[in-house]
Design a protein around this ligand. Structure first.
Ligand code: PRT
Ligand code: ZN
Length: 299
C-alpha cells in the first residue's frame, strides 16, 4: 500500500515514553519489523508505520502532516501551543486522546533554605526552566512578575550554579529534587502522554483505522486495572458480596451442582483488586477466590 493509505505515527525514539508507546501499540495488535535505519518501523498486520524521533519534534511533524498521529507528553504539546501563540500563530495539531502513562507534573521548586511563603515569594526572582511559555502563562495568571531563565537542560542545578533562584521543572517521583536540596512548592501543569493528530482530513480508509485504533486504545486502558474475579458463596451472601466487588456492574451468578444453595460468582472489576478486598469478601462468606488479569476487552 502507498504512503497515502498507510497511517504514520511519530513516537519518542529513546526516552521515558518509548517503551510505553511501543507497548501500547503492541497491545493494540500492531506487529512490526524495524527498518534498517531504526528510524521507522513498518506495521506488518496493520497499515500503520511508526516513526522514531525526539519528543520535541513530534508536534511539528504532526501539524505539518508528515505524520498523521503523534504520541507525546502534554507538557511538550502545551509548550509548543503557547510558543506558537506567542508568535501569533495557532497550533494546528489536534489533541484526540489522553493516555495513562508518562504522568508527571511541571512544578516550581525552591532551594531548601529559600524563604517561601506563597506565590508572591516568587516576585522579582529568577526562575530556570525548559518550559518558558507554560511558566509565563502561570505567572501571568497569578499576577507574579518574575524573570524566566530559559535553559535546555540540567535545570535542577541552576540555583547551585547561581543561574537562577528557583526552578520550574518536570517532577515524577520527586527524588531528583530531593537529591538537589530542592522543595516542590506548587504545580504549574499536570501532564501525561497524549495522542495528537494532523489537521489534514484523512481519507476514509485511514480515518477508519484511526477510529479502530482509538477503540483499541480505550480497551487497552480499561483492561490495565481490570481484573476478572471468581468466587464461591452462599446465595444469601450475594447482596453484600456485590457491594464489595470494586467497580463491577452485574456479576454472573452460576449455580454449583450438588452444593445446595452455593453459587459461583464471576465479575469483571474495573479497578485493581487488593488483598483487603479479598479478605472482606472472605469475611462476607466467599470462598475459592480467584483473581485473573484481563487481556482484552471490547465493550
Ligand atoms: O531526547 P528527547 O528530547 O526525545 O527526550 P527528553 O530528554 O526531552 O525527554 P524524556 O525522555 O526525559 O521525557 C519524555 C517525556 O516523559 C516528558 O516530556 C514528559 O512528558 C514525560 N515524563 C514523565 C518525564 C518525567 N516523567 C520526568 N520525571 N520527563 C522528565 N522527567 C525528568 C524530571 O525533569 C527530572 O529531572 O526526570 C527527572 C527525574 O524525575 P523524578 O521526579 O522521578 O526524580
Ligand atoms: Zn525532548
Amino acid at each position: 500500500m502507498e504512503r497515502q493509505q498507510r497511517l504514520r505515527i511519530a513516537i519518542q525514539k529513546s526516552g521515558r515514553l518509548t517503551d510505553h508507546s511501543l507497548d501500547l501499540l503492541a497491545r493494540c495488535g500492531l506487529k512490526y519489523s524495524r527498518g534498517k535505519d531504526q528510524l521507522m518501523c513498518y506495521g506488518e498486520n496493520m497499515p500503520l508505520d511508526v516513526l522514531f524521533v525526539r519528543d520535541d519534534d513530534i508536534p511539528d511533524l504532526v501539524q505539518e502532516d508528515v505524520c498523521d498521529l503523534g504520541l507525546v507528553g502534554l507538557n511538550v504539546i502545551e509548550e509548543k501551543r503557547l510558543a506558537m501563540a506567542a508568535r501569533g500563530a495557532q497550533a494546528r495539531f489536534e489533541l484526540i486522546q489522553r493516555l495513562d502513562f508518562g504522568r508527571c507534573r511541571l512544578a516550581i521548586a525552591v532551594p531548601d533554605d529559600f524563604p517561601y511563603r506563597d506565590l508572591s515569594s516568587l516576585a522579582g526572582r529568577r526562575i530556570a526552566t525548559t518550559y518558558p511559555h507554560v511558566l509565563a502563562r502561570f505567572l501571568r495568571e497569578n499576577s507574579i512578575e518574575a524573570e524566566i531563565v530559559t535553559l535546555s537542560g540540567a535545570v535542577e542545578i541552576a540555583p547551585r550554579l547561581g543561574r537562577a533562584d528557583v526552578i520550574c521543572d518536570l517532577v515524577s517521583t520527586g527524588s531528583t529534587l530531593l537529591a538537589n536540596h530542592l522543595r516542590e512548592v506548587t504545580t504549574v501543569l499536570q501532564s501525561e502522554a497524549a495522542l495528537i493528530r494532523t489537521p489534514v482530513p484523512l481519507p476514509d480508509e485511514k480515518a477508519d483505522w484511526v477510529r479502530r485504533l482509538l477503540v483499541r486504545i480505550d480497551g487497552v486502558q480499561q483492561v490495565k486495572e481490570s481484573k476478572y474475579i471468581m468466587l464461591h458463596a452462599p446465595r444469601s451472601a450475594l447482596p453484600q458480596i456485590a457491594k464489595l466487588l470494586p467497580g463491577s456492574e452485574s456479576p454472573t451468578v452460576i449455580p454449583l451442582d450438588g452444593h445446595g444453595d452455593k453459587v459461583a460468582v464471576h465479575a469483571v472489576c474495573r479497578e485493581n483488586v487488593f488483598w483487603e478486598t479479598l479478605e472482606a469478601l472472605k469475611a462476607a462468606g466467599a470462598s475459592a477466590l480467584l483473581v485473573l488479569p484481563v487481556e482484552k476487552m471490547l465493550p
